[in-house]
Design a binder for this molecule. Sequence first.
Ligand SMILES: Nc1ncnc2c1ncn2[C@@H]1O[C@H](COP(=O)(O)OP(=O)(O)O)[C@@H](O)[C@H]1O
Ligand SMILES: [Mg+2]
Length: 151
Amino acid sequence: MAKPGKYAPNKCLETLLDMDKSAAAAHLPVPPVPARKTVPGQGFEFSNLSYSVIKKQKKDGEWVKKDVYLLNDISGQAVRGEVMAIMGPSGAGKSTFLDALAGRIARGSLEGSVRLNGKPVTTSYMKMISSYVMQDDQLFPMLTGGKEKTS
Ligand SMILES: Nc1ncnc2c1ncn2[C@@H]1O[C@H](COP(=O)(O)OP(=O)(O)O)[C@@H](O)[C@H]1O
Ligand SMILES: [Mg+2]
């Protein structure tokens, strides 16, 4: 059995939250997040990706069209042999980002560059070499395979 101590596993949530408060009150230093090293010309690189849509918004009782950026200057790299996770709250733009990379947005609407091992990647090549699993089911769970085909 684990000895009760600083990291005893059976601490209740309130105790842990209290520990958190006391750490914050004591102004304990927060360890810095190490900067990720990027290796230019290797793996999957995306640089300065921006994507905007025209949204209709009501302003002073009138509908006006406005450019809204869903992706704004996104850069990063997925290195060979590593798993990359895209994290963020709901509505942050994770699906939009993947849609843009997978070529599932209007042709020519993505600004920036996408490269694989240093070479620019076209949308058709991306569709050939990658797979995309949608967030929502594309099939109806209550239908049989045959019914699905005819619905
Ligand atoms: N085609 C679109 N037109 C207008 N707004 C959009 C469009 N696609 C996504 N959005 C908006 O962009 C934001 C990001 O959406 P989304 O990528 O689905 O977020 P996440 O997957 O991180 O939850 C949301 O506010 C969503 O309403
Ligand atoms: Mg999503």
